[in-house]
Structure formats: structure tokens, C-alpha cells
Design a protein around this ligand. Structure first.
Ligand SMILES: Cc1cc2nc3c(=O)[nH]c(=O)nc-3n(C[C@H](O)[C@H](O)[C@H](O)COP(=O)(O)O)c2cc1C
Length: 356
């Protein structure tokens, strides 16, 4: 019974509430530690961080909490060749570069290497690794398990959940179509993998033996109780933690989330080349016209890096990626520890009421 579930037992946390990893600086060590200290599982979104940045964030988290926490990485396919459309897409983005006073990039910066990131996770004895965008290799799963690290993989379909369970992950995160940020999709085309959490969760629970964590659109005790009823061992919330004072999200991003409604978000590839859910803005509206030519991740991500950075520095929300889930309209800005404590209290009240 709540809060004692397969998740709390597997991961050694008091509450089956996971603060979702949010790469790009949102999940600061302060946010991760505040959630951990309140009894939840904080996750560092390390997908875009190089090895040394991950190491120093882990050490900062450890200075702030003695509780378990997770590090999250991207398990992608090898870098794709740039498609022929790159020049056209790059040209279409010159208008933003001109507005922001930028030159066209002469060289792409590249993305951090997974092996180097995982070596730090091992060396620093991180208790929990979560990943998205694919299946971690058998060799790494075995190495992490031998070091006592629990591993969580992200699925957006039943087939992906089965592939993760077969590979030997300890928990599966079921990412419903409602979720903010990138889709973890790696098997079927994304338009076939946009399955709402109410449909996805029980089908995954029926398919795999490992505990399942529900993600997507959960913002309060009602969402948590619904997920438990559908068979989840725990929940993962991203958008709900994004406006917290401890979050590193840009103030304009927090404002956009706090003023969003259920109609605010769209699925888009224009920022990174990978489909992700975010608040509609000018960049998405204009660049969607070139959708067919947009190169795959990480090429488009690298092409837009300078624009996103300069837009953030100038506070130009219309050119920034404002990732958020479909339930952003229910968000509020409170310290992360309070969010966790309040979620727990809401679940307890609701369960008492339902028992009658
Ligand atoms: C800004 C943002 C960034 C995200 N980055 C990651 C990430 O790096 N890795 C990952 O596995 N999930 C990522 N997600 C997904 C969250 O961890 C979480 O599963 C999701 O937000 C749950 O749906 P919700 O936003 O409706 O709560 C991100 C979500 C957001 C909103």
C-alpha cells in the first residue's frame, strides 16, 4: 500500500514519486537534492552534459543529500549523416541569427559521448541510472548491475517496454503522449507511438514483470492515484517540477509553463530533429514549414544550439524551446520539497476518501 510499492523497495526511497530528468540545465543539483530530501527520487538530466560536468553535478548532489538519486542519459543510434536538406534548413534559420546578431556556425559542436558519461556514473557509484531514446547495450547493463546500480529505461509503446524488459532493465518508465520534452520512442514511427497514458500504462503493466513508472500529464494526487489504479509502481513528473525555484529552467520558460493551458503544447522536431512536446511559439510555427527537410537528432539540435542560447540570453521566448506537458495548466511555483510533500498528502487524502 502507498507509499510502499515495488518502486520504493527497488530503489530505497520513501515515496514512489520521481522528479523526471530534464536535460538542458533544468534539473540542477539543488532540485535533485530537494526532491531526494523530501523522500522522492530526484533525477539529473545529464543527456547534454560532458563527463566532467556530470561528475561535478553528482558531487554537488551528494553534498546536499545522502539519499539515492538518478542520473539520466540518452541512448541514441550512432550519429546520422546530415541529410541533403541541411543547407535549406540552415538558410531558413538565418533570419533568427540575424535578429540575434549571430553568424552561421562554421562547425557543429557535437554531443557528449555516452561511454564517457556512463564511466562517470560507474566511477561515482551512482545508485540509479535512467535512460531514454533506445536500449542500453548488454555490456553496459551488466557493468552497471555488477556495480549495484539499478537501471530504468523509457518506453512509449508496449513493444518498447518488452524490449527493455528483455534487455534486463530493473524498471520501465511508461511515457504517455501527454509528457513534456522529447519522446523516448525508438521502435515504431512516432505517430504510431503517441499513446495516451491511460491506454499505455495497463498494457505495459500486463506485458512486463518489472515495476512500471507512469509518466505524462501527472500533476497532482489525482493523477498519481489513477496511475496506481492502472498498475503503476510509481510516477514520474517533469512539468510539475519545472517552475520550482530550484529548477534551472529559464525564467521565461517557467512563465510560459505557469501561464499554459491544455491547448498550449504541440509535438515538434524543429529544435532538435527528434519529436518533443513543448509550448507553441514563433520558431515552431515558422520552422514547421520546413519539417520534411529537418535533419535528424543530433544534427538539428546542434544547428539550433546558437539560436537557442542567444534567444535565452536575450529573453526571447518566441525562439526558445519551451518543453512542457499537456497538463502544464495545472502547474504552480513552489519549492520542490513542498511539491513532493503535498503530492504525498493529496494521495493519502484521496485514498482515504476512495476507501470510503
Ligand atoms: C523540459 C523537459 C526536459 C526533459 N528532458 C528529459 C531527459 O533529458 N530525459 C528523459 O528521460 N526525459 C526527459 N523529459 C521527460 C521527463 O523526465 C518526464 O518523463 C516527463 O516530463 C513527464 O511528463 P510531464 O511533463 O507531463 O510530467 C523532459 C521533460 C521536460 C518537460
Amino acid at each position: 500500500m502507498w507509499p510502499d510499492t515495488q518502486l520504493t523497495r527497488a530503489l530505497g526511497v520513501a515515496l514512489p514519486i520521481v522528479q523526471g530528468p530534464m536535460a538542458g540545465g533544468v534539473t540542477t543539483p539543488q532540485l535533485v537534492a530537494a526532491v531526494a530530501n523530501a523522500g522522492g527520487l530526484g533525477s539529473l538530466g545529464a543527456g547534454y552534459m560532458d563527463a566532467e560536468a556530470i561528475r561535478s553535478a553528482i558531487r554537488e548532489i551528494r553534498a546536499l543529500t545522502g539519499r539515492p538519486f538518478a542520473v539520466n542519459v540518452f541512448v541514441g543510434e550512432p550519429r546520422a549523416e546530415a541529410a541533403s536538406g541541411v543547407d535549406k534548413v540552415n538558410e531558413a534559420m538565418h533570419v533568427y541569427r540575424r535578429e540575434l546578431g549571430l553568424e552561421a556556425p562554421t562547425q557543429l559542436k557535437g554531443v557528449p559521448l555516452l561511454d564517457e558519461q556512463l564511466h562517470v556514473v560507474l566511477e561515482e557509484r551512482v545508485p540509479i541510472l535512467s535512460f531514454t531514446f533506445g536500449v542500453l547495450s548488454a555490456a553496459w547493463l551488466q557493468r552497471l548491475h555488477s556495480a549495484g546500480c539499478s537501471v530504468m529505461g523509457t518506453a512509449t509503446t508496449v513493444r518498447e517496454a518488452a524490449a527493455l524488459a528483455d534487455a534486463g532493465v530493473d524498471l520501465v518508465v511508461a511515457q504517455g503522449a501527454e509528457a513534456g520534452g522529447h519522446r523516448g520512442t525508438f521502435l515504431a514511427p512516432v505517430d504510431r507511438s503517441m499513446i495516451g497514458l491511460v491506454a499505455l500504462l495497463p498494457q505495459i503493466v500486463d506485458q512486463v514483470r518489472v515495476p512500471v513508472v507512469a509518466a505524462g500529464g501527472i500533476m497532482d494526487g489525482r493523477g498519481i492515484v489513477a496511475a496506481l489504479a492502472l498498475g503503476a509502481a510509481g510516477v514520474q513528473l517533469g512539468t510539475a517540477f519545472l517552475p520550482c525555484p530550484e529548477s534551472g529552467a529559464h525564467p521565461k520558460h517557467k512563465d510560459a509553463v505557469l501561464s499554459a493551458t491544455d491547448e498550449s503544447t504541440v509535438l515538434t522536431r524543429v529544435f532538435s530533429g527528434k519529436p518533443a512536446r513543448g509550448i507553441a511559439n514563433r520558431f515552431i510555427a515558422e520552422m514547421s514549414r520546413h519539417d520534411d527537410a529537418i535533419p535528424p537528432y543530433p544534427i538539428q539540435h546542434e544547428l539550433t544550439t546558437d539560436i537557442r542560447r542567444a534567444a535565452a540570453a536575450a529573453g526571447r521566448a518566441e525562439l526558445m524551446s519551451l518543453w512542457a506537458g499537456q497538463a502544464a495548466g495545472m502547474s504552480s511555483s513552489r519549492p520542490a520539497g513542498e511539491v513532493v510533500t503535498s503530492l504525498n498528502a493529496q494521495v493519502e487524502t484521496l485514498l482515504r476518501r476512495l476507501r470510503g
